[in-house]
Design a protein around this ligand. Structure first.
Ligand code: FMN
Length: 277
């Protein structure tokens, strides 16, 4: 990456309740609260059975000691990432994983200072951001958020208010970017424009969005001043040379949805680059 003038951030991902004891040495998963993610399956490969998707289980609510321990794990992971040569880290606070399980109201029924009002539900995020920023510098810390997805069973009753508050908090904490994962299934509603405008007003750093963009809609969103960068997910899977194809107007290869998650390289990392022949 660096030899090609690239910049690379490592995403730090604690799944919280979105796992199964077979993936974590038989332990019960942890979360903000003892609330099970409904209708969520995870990939299990513990060597004893054929790898497969299984239902997640009931997590246990994290104690204060658990919270301090996990914050410290994030801090150490950030240091490790920099030592390994990454330019920075991205906290995965999206898509129903641990930090998201604190933020979204329906995944958090705590009655202490980590639950209830928005400030409390954002407290764990604030603590993790502060810890990793002290360790490696806020200019090396990005955060991924997903206000409107119900992925992995988390939803917030008032996502606009909650996530504009998150953007305000992250502005105060000076993280280098916020990367919003937008809902990405075919018939999902668009992210409200008013939300993007409020986020733009609340947050002065680099704003990234991803989810169902084409080169054209990405350019339009940047030109409208709502984003600084746009990320591509699935188009990059099936077009490893995506920037070259966009630049030259080459046709894009469609991805196969069935092979995106929980398999091996087939249909994930084996798509060829464009060839005119
Ligand atoms: C195979 C695959 C793996 C993904 N893994 C992650 C991940 O580890 N962390 C994350 O924040 N998003 C992950 N995503 C979501 C993408 O970052 C992106 O938000 C999503 O694909 C929507 O963008 P798209 O419509 O351009 O695909 C993944 C998506 C795919 C298809």
């Amino acid at each position: 990456m660096h030899a090609n003038n690239g910049t690379i951030f490592a995403q730090l991902w604690h799944v919280g309740r979105v796992t199964h004891p077979d993936n974590i040495n038989g332990e019960q998963p942890i979360s903000s609260s003892a609330l099970k993610a409904e209708n969520v399956k995870v990939f299990v490969d513990d060597g004893s059975n054929a790898p497969d998707f299984v239902d997640v289980v009931m997590p246990r609510a994290m104690t204060k000691a658990d919270i301090d321990h996990v914050v410290d794990q994030y801090r150490q992971a950030a240091l490790n990432a920099i030592e390994a040569g990454f330019d920075g880290i991205e906290l995965h606070a999206a898509n129903g994983y641990l930090i998201n399980q604190f933020i979204d109201s329906n995944a958090n029924n705590r009655t202490d200072e980590y639950g209830g009002n928005i400030e409390n539900r954002l407290r764990f995020l604030a603590q993790v951001v502060t810890a990793v920023s002290e360790a490696i510098g806020a200019e090396r810390v990005g955060v991924r958020l997903a206000p409107f997805t119900s992925l992995n069973g988390t939803v917030d009753t008032n996502p606009v208010e909650t996530y504009v508050a998150a953007a305000t908090l992250l502005n105060k904490l000076n993280v280098v970017y916020i990367h919003f994962a937008e809902v990405d299934w075919d018939d999902a509603p668009e992210t409200p424009k008013g939300f993007k405008e409020s986020v733009r007003a609340a947050y002065k750093g680099i704003l990234i969005y991803a989810g169902r963009y084409t080169a054209q809609t990405a350019a339009q969103t940047i030109e409208a001043g709502l984003a600084d960068m746009i990320g591509f997910g699935r188009p990059f899977v099936s077009n490893p040379d995506l920037p070259t194809r966009i630049k030259h107007g080459y046709p894009l290869t469609a991805h196969t949805p069935e092979t995106l998650f929980g398999g091996a390289e087939k249909g994930l990392t084996d798509y060829p680059e464009y060839s005119a022949s």
